[in-house]
Design a binder for this molecule. Structure first.
Ligand code: NIG
Ligand code: FE
Length: 426
């Protein structure tokens, strides 16, 4: 007789375990191996996975005593998506800029004129922390309904100490009231605020001074910098991230979204946990990254939404041994979608990933990109029970039937939070 389980998920056509990569992300050919158990089932207890095997085995071991049974009904069972790059806590929206861009204005021109990120800064500063928690809570709820169980979220719409702490505080509050696990990142160097217009140097000094306070607040795990044309230089980024590392924050970097300034080399030099975007990275930059432990986080929703030609050379990266993850970059300007399912489709269509590579990149590799590879991102005994059930017969249908939400059930840390596509945690 085995221990009784709290939850048993039965009758899957495929269980995608993504096992064997908790210590390091999957690279190259490993990314095509989803560790599929045909006709599999999963048992959960005390928030963790306690067994994963065939339907018959799990049935014999657990079904009689299980408190809750979830019928996957011939669908796919897989780890909850990990979204390793979002800017999900913000005020307002930018549909007017969407129209301007359709008329031919570029994203960076809109930013230069005081719109873009700076317009979201104005809208975010105008909200109280309670209001910010309420609007961001609606985004977090959508993420969960679409199967995202862990998401990294960046600040960066405050751009002064109090406002940045307000945003990070809102993330802390969201972590208490929503089941989705937020990994908080300080992105004080997202743009130069209007108070420092023409004085980037002065603002970099401010960000450097914010770092120890942010660290002491306990509200952030990582520090990120937007290193690109129209934002911060490699040298600015080096100063900020070196100090971030010294005060004890993990390091991430936005690089090569619009131009290759050499951010990939800086990420490698600093041993960043991830370097994100990489749409314009050089072959040599990829080679340098592949020698270290940094994960390349690719965000295909951004060039799609900004109508840009350049895509991160994902296939080359994988061939060259760089571990690749996928994220939404959910934000009001360059990708207002929370759906990791759509990102999986775009990664296949626009970057040439196989469905299996894209699923690996949005689960276990994405978990490594936020430093949580040992805890989430795969279905393995002892890991956190973050499990989703999709109403598709095989993982190949995930990118193929695009634009609809396939997630029926979400279990977060052993608790059923979405059932029949509806939130049930409230
Ligand atoms: O990752 N590149 C900088 N930041 C975001 C966009 C934020 C915004 O437009 O509000 C990005 O694309
Ligand atoms: Fe971003």
């Amino acid at each position: 007789m085995t221990d009784p389980a709290d939850i048993v998920i039965m009758n899957a056509n495929e269980v995608l375990t993504l096992g064997g990569a908790s210590d390091a992300p999957k690279t190259d050919k490993q990314m095509n191996d989803l560790g599929i158990i045909q006709g599999g089932a999963v048992a959960i207890k005390d928030g963790r996975i306690i067994d994963i095997a065939t339907n018959n085995e799990i049935h014999n071991r657990y079904v009689v005593d299980a408190l809750e049974m979830i019928d996957a009904d011939g669908g796919v069972v897989m780890p909850g998506f990990v979204d390793p790059h979002t800017h999900a806590v913000f005020g307002g929206s930018r549909e007017k800029e969407f129209e301007q861009r359709l008329e031919g204005k570029s994203y960076l021109d809109i930013l230069k004129e005081g719109g873009g990120i700076l317009s979201t800064v104005r809208a975010t500063r105008g909200l109280s922390v309670e209001e910010l928690v309420a609007v961001s809570g609606t985004h977090v709820e959508k993420m969960l309904l679409h199967g995202t169980t862990t998401a990294e979220v960046k600040s960066g719409y405050g751009l002064n100490l109090d406002e940045e702490l307000k945003i990070l505080g809102a993330m802390g509050r969201l972590n208490e009231i929503h089941p989705l696990e937020i990994v908080p990142t300080f992105l004080g160097a997202h743009a130069v605020p209007k108070e420092f217009a023409g004085d980037k140097e002065g603002y970099v000094a401010k960000v450097l001074a914010m770092l120890p306070v942010v660290k002491d607040s306990g509200l952030a795990r990582f520090c990120d910098v937007f290193c690109d044309d129209g934002a911060f230089s490699v040298e600015d980024s080096r100063r900020i991230l070196t100090k971030a590392r010294d005060v004890g924050l993990g390091v991430k970097l936005h690089a090569c979204e619009f131009k290759d300034l050499g951010g990939a080399y800086l990420a490698a030099e600093l041993g960043a946990v991830s370097v994100d975007h990489l749409d314009h990275v050089s072959e040599d930059g990829i080679r340098t990254l592949a020698m270290g432990d940094t994960v390349g986080v690719l965000l295909p929703g951004v060039p799609f939404f900004l109508m840009q030609e350049n895509e991160a050379p994902a296939r080359r990266m994988i061939e060259m041994g760089l571990p690749v993850a996928l994220g939404t970059d959910f934000n009001p300007g360059s990708c207002p979608s929370v759906s990791m399912q759509i990102i999986v489709t775009l990664a296949c269509l626009e970057m040439g990933l196989t469905p299996a590579q894209a699923i690996c990149a949005s689960t276990i590799n994405a978990a490594h990109a936020v430093g949580l590879g040992r805890h989430v991102g795969s279905l393995e005994t002892g890991k956190k029970a973050d499990v989703i059930v999709l109403d598709i017969p095989s993982h190949k249908h995930l990118p193929y039937q695009f634009g609809v939400n396939h997630v029926d059930v979400v279990v977060k840390a052993g608790r059923t939070v979405v059932e029949n596509k509806r939130a049930v945690w409230k």
